[in-house]
Design a protein around this ligand. Sequence first.
Ligand SMILES: [Zn+2]
Length: 341
Amino acid sequence: MKALVKSRAEPGIWLQDAPSPTPGTNEVLIKIEKTGICGTDLHIYNWDDWAQRNIQTPRIIGHEFVGRIVELGHGVEGYQVGDRVSGEGHITCGICRNCRAGKRHLCNKAIGIGGGRDGAFAEYLVMPATNLWPIHDDISSDLAAILDPFGNAIHCALSFDVIGEDVLITGAGPIGILAASACRFIGARHIVITDINDTRLQLAEKMGASKTVNVSLSSIEDTMQELQMSNGFDVGLEMSGNPAAFNSLIKNMYHGGHIALLGFLPPSTEISWDEIIFKGLHLKGVYGREMYETWYKMSQLLRSGLDINPIITHRFVINDYEEAFRVVHDGNCGKVILEWE
Ligand SMILES: [Zn+2]
């Protein structure tokens, strides 16, 4: 089969032939239709420090996908050949304390597809049936291909009560924009989002942000004045991985506020601990999606009319993957889809 493989420990990814996988007991074989490119895939492409420490070659990359089941392994129940599915890319152990408590997103032995094991940027993918998420007819395949990053946004947006609350989002990457869109739909009051990329800020405004702040030109404080906000933000979503952005978020939080941390902050990040302590702020690390409440909420929010279609800005056939990665690298885009059929 055709697959995008990180076959050498150097920058680049290569479209090459790989053996088709075979489903084992309780696994299914999926024929991939569409995949989404994640920032993680770009790290792997660029072979930066993080990728060198975390990825072993050769590895088929990718974890955002939709496809159809073409073969059921022994013992699989509840699915049929032809079913349209996406799936949770974190394969959990199933036997640790958290897994057995139904908190599988907190499994400490989880392995990610497209990182710790072969991924979805291929014509075929094998996955445990327990990780599948069936796609309702109401949901398009384009959107089904990006449920993984949308799930990061929904996991953050639903971590705290945002109804009638003022929300500050630092980082207008696709997940930050999707979080803005979700917060608008579920009833937040002001949603302010920051970045330094005007293309992405414009997309965020189109998708539900009240105000956008290009922090190279203006400040969060000025925006709060424009909005006649006197106290600070009730909920903060850190989605940039940028230490300066994180500190600006802490500084502009209201006392007792809640912060979700999704962006990977570098180890050297200094934090204004005084602000955290004196304001009584709550910090929550968010990784992945809750299994499978986030998946359920995503499906039903989309079916209730939350429109995230504008986040998909580019589509490429798989043979043009180099161009697709260039677009993601340049950053003047939302989600970029690779089509395998
Ligand atoms: Zn576990």
